[in-house]
Design a protein around this ligand. Structure first.
Ligand SMILES: C[S@@+](CC[C@H](N)C(=O)[O-])C[C@H]1O[C@@H](n2cnc3c(N)ncnc32)[C@H](O)[C@@H]1O
Length: 408
């Protein structure tokens, strides 16, 4: 390994701030399931109840027709267990949600608009809320969550990290019983989707991504009274920042449309996607950013549709399966990825292998596949496949991941 490839990548201010903040909270910036596993071993009955609650939540969402109040009830039962105390909440957070939070924080620190009153919708145990409070010491930061145990944990976390300008409220942010007041920044990270605002699964059909048709069709008409309520809490000119799980194009369309149809002017230059590997499956998350205009919004549905259709890989279609594989390697901790194309021959054995290993502070990923297999699967000529791989390499390099291809 040469000196150059060992050189540390320069971090943006946001990356450095996110790393410092997570250390302050006692969280890793990559998933570490160790503490959660130890909790499960120490209290098997608690873990049995968590697993049962997970299964019940999944079964309800898979039905596809669950009402928001059913989803909320089942989620509250599940979160009641996960947020039974702050240390449990943080152990669970470290096991997986931290990868989403860390990526979000890196973006937020570098791009967030100014704020005097910020609302964090679905704040959970307050990890993000306290980060906003510490970063904006002159602002008033409010976290709202429908699960009372979340708010107990969040209050303890705020005291632990010294975030004195942060308060928390137990309420349904989408249909509140109390008055939250007006805000000039509202942030919702993995909150709207959980509240059942749009179908979690695309309609069944021969092609899992056929719901891309929603981009030009019914998806753009989608409205959410809950999101409309949240938008009504914004002062004119105030910003809405949303980051949510959008495993299928249909969900991204509905999320974008719900925000747009609630009267938010989307700034599509700030929209983006990130892929995280959850339980072995790469899942695309989408970020939408916009402001509540004083007059009529000027973003059109056509502009949202055009953005979604042109979204950079990894995006919303089967065509990016290879890209998602590389992202899966990266999310598993690979900092350098060595891609080996071996043994091109129409008769070569059809193999594909992937491995990750670490050496000191570095993690390496390795993927080997026969070009013959790819040619067979995609019907593309070898020279086109090479061009495709070169494009992946350029794209991933721009994201800070080194890619090398070797022909042997
Ligand atoms: C996946 S957690 C995300 C926590 C936090 N935003 C983060 O990313 O660290 C989702 C949270 O949203 C809360 N939630 C779901 N529906 C809600 C609603 N209608 N109003 C307020 N909170 C809600 C849940 O109780 C849960 O704590």
């Amino acid at each position: 390994m040469g000196k150059q490839s060992r050189r540390k990548k320069e971090r943006t201010p946001g990356e450095a701030k996110a790393a410092r903040y997570l250390t302050r909270v006692g969280l890793p910036d990559r998933p570490d399931p160790g503490p959660y596993r130890r909790l499960a071993e120490a209290d098997p009955e608690w873990f049995r109840l968590v697993s049962k609650a997970d299964e019940a939540a999944l079964a309800l969402l898979e039905r596809g027709d669950a009402a928001p109040d059913q989803i909320m009830a089942i989620n509250q039962a599940r979160y009641g267990l996960l947020y039974q105390d702050l240390d449990t909440a943080l152990a669970e957070y470290a096991s997986r949600p931290v990868m989403i939070a860390a990526a979000w924080l890196r973006w937020w620190y570098d791009h967030h608009p100014p704020a005097t009153r910020l609302l964090d919708v679905g704040c959970g145990p307050g990890v993000l809320t306290c980060a906003y409070g510490l970063a904006l010491p002159d602002a008033e930061v409010v976290g709202v969550d429908v699960t009372p145990d979340a708010v107990v944990c969040a209050e303890e976390l705020a005291a632990r990290v010294g975030a004195r300008n942060v308060t928390f409220v137990v309420d349904d942010a989408l249909d509140p019983s109390g008055e939250l007041g007006e805000f000039d920044q509202v942030v919702a990270v993995t909150a709207f989707g959980e509240a059942g605002l749009y179908p979690q699964h695309p309609p069944a059909g021969p092609d899992a991504f056929s719901s891309v048709a929603d981009v030009d069709g019914p998806g753009l008409e989608f409205r959410s009274p809950g999101i409309e309520h949240v938008v009504s809490l914004l002062s004119p000119g105030g910003s809405l920042l949303v980051f949510d799980r959008t495993g299928a194009a249909s969900q991204a369309v509905r999320l974008g449309a719900a925000v747009l149809n609630a009267g938010v002017d989307l700034d599509l230059r700030q929209a983006g996607g990130e892929v995280f590997v959850e339980e072995g499956h790469p899942t695309t998350f989408t970020r939408f950013v916009g402001t509540r205009p004083s007059g009529a919004p000027s973003t059109s549905g056509a502009a949202l549709a055009a953005w979604l259709k042109a979204a950079e890989p990894p995006a919303y279609g089967e065509a990016w399966t290879d890209e998602l594989r590389f992202e899966a390697l990266k999310a598993s901790g690979a900092e350098r990825l060595w891609g080996c194309e071996i043994d091109y021959s129409p008769h070569s054995p059809m193999i594909e292998r992937r491995e990750i290993w670490t050496d000191g502070d570095d993690s390496y990923g390795w993927i080997a596949t026969t070009l013959g297999l790819r040619e067979f699967m995609t019907g593309q000529a070898p020279q086109d496949l090479w061009q495709e791989y070169t494009r992946y390499a350029v794209h991933l390099k721009a994201k800070g991941l080194e890619v090398r291809f070797y022909e042997d």
